[in-house]
Design a protein around this ligand. Structure first.
Ligand SMILES: C[S@@+](CC[C@H](N)C(=O)[O-])C[C@H]1O[C@@H](n2cnc3c(N)ncnc32)[C@H](O)[C@@H]1O
Length: 264
């Protein structure tokens, strides 16, 4: 989560209510007693391992400012690959119908809504607390009214729909027995249900694939983010009689990050 210097600067900007440009332009500025006390307090929180985003309450994603709380996963830059993939595929669709499963902060659904002015967008999550943050983000980004938020398990609340062009998801995908592979700050501070998904990390992905096939129209796309070693396992779950050969998109480090499969 950034270098110590960047973290210290971010927290100082937060305490003073200033931006980085101000910080660099005023190296001579001294903190008053209140500011010093507040700065020590937030440094203390950070030293427990709490991500600075949960302290400041903000994270940028797709160039947009999202509020975050410990009820939601902190949006990650690699998830922007999923947004890019969907935007590329949506170019040919005049009024795309999209549902984001496990919306968390709403970052994927709201980035897509921001870009695709004619899209009809739904965003679902099992967590009521996460949906509260997602709704707040929609309002702050002046995108409320353009996204329908629903609390449900995978696509249960949309079980009667068969007309989506895109089912998009960054599902929880870490196996319970892989806890030692996630960073300590993720394990200790981010919501368990946003990160972990059963023994092998597939407890949401399996129903997602099955229910997406029902929700999508023929030719519609399921696009999801996957864990760094999951490509073969997830591709094997995409029955070739139901789905075209999936597309696998690597991240900047060459790690397979997004799988997009088209319903036959
Ligand atoms: C990895 S986080 C992704 C959050 C956000 N979309 C992002 O990319 O930053 C997964 C999200 O799925 C939600 N979730 C977990 N199990 C779910 C289920 N069975 N049905 C719907 N949402 C679920 C979690 O609450 C969490 O918000």
């Amino acid at each position: 989560m950034g270098s110590p210097r960047l973290n210290a600067e971010t927290l100082l900007m937060f305490v003073l209510g200033v931006n980085r440009a101000y910080l660099y332009a005023h190296p001579e500025r001294e903190l008053n007693d209140d500011q010093q006390a507040r700065y020590h307090e937030v440094i203390g929180q950070r030293s427990t391992g709490m991500p600075s985003q949960y302290i400041t309450g903000h994270q940028e994603f797709w160039g947009l400012d999202f509020v975050v709380s410990p009820a939601v996963l902190i949006p990650r830059p690699e998830t922007e690959h999923l947004v890019e993939t969907v935007l590329e595929l949506a170019r040919e669709v005049p009024r795309p119908r999209i549902v984001d499963v496990g919306t968390g902060s709403g970052c994927i659904a709201l980035a897509l809504t921001h870009e695709l002015k004619n899209a009809e967008v739904y965003a679902v999550d099992l967590s009521a607390d996460a949906l509260e943050i997602a709704r707040a983000n929609a309002a702050r980004l002046q995108l409320d009214g353009k996204v329908t938020f629903l609390q449900c398990n995978v696509l249960a609340a949309l079980a009667d729909r068969r007309d989506f062009d895109f089912v998009v998801s960054n599902p929880p995908y870490v196996g319970n027995d892989e806890a030692d592979k996630v960073q300590r700050s993720v394990f200790e501070f981010e919501p368990r249900m946003a990160v972990f998904s059963g023994e092998s990390g597939l407890d949401v992905i399996r129903p997602l694939i099955a229910q997406a096939h029902v929700a999508l129209k023929s030719g519609g796309w399921l696009a999801m983010e996957i864990g760094y070693s999951m490509r073969d396992v997830v591709v094997a779950l995409l029955n070739p009689t139901l789905w075209d050969e999936p597309m696998v998109v690597p991240d900047l480090q060459g790690i397979p990050r997004v799988i997009a499969a088209r319903k036959k």
